[in-house]
Design a protein around this ligand. Sequence first.
Ligand code: HSE
Length: 298
Amino acid sequence: NEIRIFCPATIANVSCGFDVLGVALDSVGDEMVIRKVPEKGIRITEITGQDLPRETHQNVAGVAGLALLAESGSKFGFEIEIHKKIKAGSGIGSSAASSTGAVWAINELLDRPFSPLQLVKFAMEGERLASGVAHADNVAPALFGGFTLVRSYEPLDIIPIHCPDQLYATVIHPQIEVRTSDSRKILKTHITLADGIKQWGNVGGLIAGLFTEDYDLIGRSLVDYIVEPIRSILIPGFDKIKSVSKEAGALGCGISGSGPSIFAFSKGEAKAREVAEKMTEVYQSIGIDYDVHVSKIN
Ligand code: HSE
């Protein structure tokens, strides 16, 4: 009647795939404990590591769990403990980790009445609370693992994407908070056909590169003509971090989710660690506090 789970951090967008592409990381994530109890409803009994609301309707795990319970007809309720390791507003799917963890564990404790796709829908309600938009590009990889594509939102269609074994992510987080809701407001709502052509060429190239394990093609396709030019202005040292990562041999580099974290993909762990070192030198030289992780895409 109790489950303890690891809820992975995720990189959404992955440069060219705004709101549709995401990957799960294997070495960064939260822990949650979920208990089935006789009293109906959801109670958040403990949150450690971050100062977040415990009131069920104001907590992303609470809201996602309630969305599931509303459709389950469950006679039980659930208590949730959240032990945050992912910082809110860091750009690596903090809200998605909590929302997804809650619905995955509750579904297990109810003997799996819902499909993974239904769980994504419930978890998206947590994203709606966090950012104002029920995007699925973080919750899908948090739930399915690995690389995922949201091929369609209406109807929801999630495609797991093959990922080569040697693909590693370096993520550096400058210690400033960027709220997803704010960094969505500054985006343009229209794009030119010329930008669209470049962008979907890269999305196709990235997917092809992942399936054929063509690391060069993956690298060539990690380009974003639409969102990165606008959001990168909010991120200190972004252009420098990107250029040193490429010089150090990263395949590509971009904004993780809505920022301020920056990610780079590399072939092999050793290269990803070298990239981490070059990135940290940039923030050390301009006096910005940071934390940095290397993680296998998993
Ligand atoms: N696709 C979302 C955005 C991800 O970029 O706003 C937020 O983590």
